[in-house]
Design a protein around this ligand. Structure first.
Ligand code: NOJ
Length: 578
């Protein structure tokens, strides 16, 4: 054997041993006691289809656009996708107002496009989680058209009506209505209909068994097509006391207490489980968790046969324009972890389509710190117990666009609340300032593929402006740079995928009173990982007892690593302790 071949062989042996070691570690992590499920081990990448990639130049993202980017998505290493709604819709609320649950929105393409998207995902080993919007439909859905046509129509009871001759209905708060009034008068039948969201999103009547049957059939239609899961939009609000009692004055300040987890909601979930979920290998996650930890737990306790995963908002709601307290942030995430330590399962996230950008809310999007703080937050999401839900564009460190005039906004919530502010003579300037931090449109600007016009998202005029920083923040440039946020994301995804300890391992908070850094361990069957995250733009010291000289550094978002327990600004390190 000549020298060159010997070296190649040696490299091959070392490579084999390295793989063998990580395989062995996986096996050692793989205790029989683990209730392993694909959806617990999944890393869910959320795609906002309207803003991801436009294939036909109409300025709106579409399914063919997503298909054209499947190899990119696969290259991230993620193994599940949650798509925001893609059903037919007049788009009052970007698809959250469905007019036909068995068809695809025209802007997005056709059912044939959907079928190829789904098979393209499956070929790449990626599961598909579908958004199911059944607390309400569109007012343009045939059910509603029938329902509003006469008081005796068979679809009348698919929605909630209050006859006007009985006087004004007891006040209900609407999240998106210009007047915040959830009852809309409809002269056709001289009655009011209920809409917790916009006027074009009438609430469905879950107390009607026929409606429930319709929804289960819709779910079966998609499950038979091969979708792998459902995310239940606003489902906590679905059950209602249809006698519509008066709520106390000012209830709207805590409307969730009156809207969420009411009546027979758990009964409906159990029925849905029996009729649909239990019959397929699908995962299920509801938006929100009710009002108490017990509500959340009850929804996902496997023995109750309801849903698989809770998706709590308490953590994501902490970010405010004036900042947030890290100690509180740690308390909240630790509390949710412990709630599901013994049973049930959790989703972990710091962003979605209803929020402004992760780095702008929880990190620091100034040029000096954007990259490190994005990576640090990403490390957090991917090293906690629970299934990570990661929002598209965060892997590039996309930032808030901070529109300074109302005309730039597209979101029904932002626009209607502005109108409301104006109607009551409120401070619209302060409103616009606040929205620059918190409007959902910050998270909905086009995905930044390239440094060409409109970030390479469309050849036409985008439905919402692209963030001008696409010239420097874009996928093409980051793909080439081994130290980019994008390439960091890919590495940390692999770290989670290769180490079950990061999925199932026990979480223990360390140095809990440290106001600047977040540190914790994850432990499973002898494997012990230490994660240390600096949430500040200055050096921070973590108070820990481990001897790091013997630990193995698995990941660091700085190329010049820190030593020991002193972290550089927004540094994120993962060690394996010996
Ligand atoms: C929650 C969804 O995430 C949000 O985008 C939507 O506006 C409301 N539900 C109403 O469907």
């Amino acid at each position: 054997m000549n020298k060159a071949i010997a070296i190649v062989n040696l490299i091959a042996i070392l490579f084999f041993l390295d793989n063998f070691n990580s395989h062995a570690q996986n096996l050692s992590n793989n205790a029989d006691s683990l209730d392993r499920k694909w959806w617990k081990e999944a890393i869910v990448y959320q795609i906002y289809p309207r803003s991801f990639k436009d294939s036909d130049g109409d300025g709106v993202g579409d399914l063919k656009g997503i298909i054209s980017k499947l190899d990119y998505i696969k290259s991230l290493g993620i193994n599940a996708i949650w798509l925001n709604p893609i059903y037919s819709s007049p788009n009052d609320d970007n698809g959250y107002d469905v007019s036909d649950y068995r068809n695809i929105m025209k802007d997005f393409g056709t059912m044939a496009d959907f079928d190829s998207l789904l098979s393209g995902m499956h070929q790449r080993g990626i599961k598909f989680v579908m958004d199911l919007v059944v607390n309400h439909s569109s007012d343009e859905h045939d059910w509603f058209k029938q329902s509003r046509s006469s008081r005796t129509n068979p679809y009348r009871d698919y929605y909630h009506w209050w006859n006007a001759e009985d006087g004004k209905p007891p006040y209900r708060y609407s999240l998106f209505d210009v007047n915040n009034d959830a009852w809309m008068y409809d002269s056709t039948t001289n009655a009011y209909y209920l809409h917790y969201f916009s006027r074009k999103q009438p609430d469905l009547n879950w107390e009607n068994p026929k409606l429930r049957e319709e929804v289960y059939n819709i779910m079966k239609f998609w499950a038979d097509k091969g979708v792998d899961g459902f995310r239940l939009d606003a489902f906590g609000f679905a059950a209602k006391d249809t006698t519509f009692p008066q709520f106390p004055k000012g209830f709207e300040k805590h409307f969730s207490l009156y809207y969420s987890m009411q009546g027979n909601l758990h009964g409906y979930l159990q029925q849905m489980n029996k009729e649909v979920l239990s019959k397929y290998d699908v995962m299920s996650v509801a938006e929100g968790t009710g009002n108490t930890l017990e509500d959340a737990h009850n929804m996902v306790d496997a023995n109750r046969h309801e849903l698989n995963m809770a998706y709590p908002f308490e953590g994501i709601d902490l970010a405010k324009p004036e900042g947030y307290e890290l100690i509180h942030f740690k308390e909240v995430f630790s509390k949710w972890d412990s709630t599901f330590e013994q049973s049930g399962w959790l989703g972990v996230f710091l962003a979605n389509h209803d929020q402004a950008r992760m780095v702008s809310r929880f990190g620091n999007d100034s040029p000096a710190f954007r990259e490190h703080s994005s990576e640090m937050l990403t490390t957090f999401v991917l090293t906690m117990r629970g299934t990570p839900f990661y929002y598209n564009g965060d892997e590039l460190g996309m930032t808030n666009i901070r529109f300074n005039k109302i005309e730039d906004y597209r979101d029904v919530q932002t626009l209607n609340a502005y109108q409301h502010e104006k109607n009551i003579g409120g401070d619209t300037i302060a409103y616009i300032k606040r929205k620059a931090f918190e409007s959902r449109d910050n998270g909905r600007t086009p995905f930044q593929w390239d440094n060409i016009t409109n970030a390479g998202f469309t050849t036409g005029t985008p439905w919402i402006k692209a963030n001008p920083n696409y010239t420097t923040i874009n996928e093409k440039q980051q793909d080439k740079d081994p130290n980019s946020i994008l390439n960091y994301f890919k590495k940390i995804v692999q770290l989670r995928k290769n180490n079950l300890v990061l999925v199932y391992g026990k979480y223990t908070l360390l140095d809990k009173d440290n106001p600047d850094a977040y540190a914790y361990t994850r432990e499973l069957n002898g494997a012990k990982f230490l994660i240390m995250l600096n949430f500040r733009s200055k050096t921070s010291t973590v108070n820990i007892v481990f001897d790091l000289s013997k630990a193995k550094l698995l990941s660091d978002n700085y190329t010049a690593h820190s030593t020991g327990n002193v972290l550089q600004p927004y540094e994120a390190v993962v060690y394996q302790l010996q």
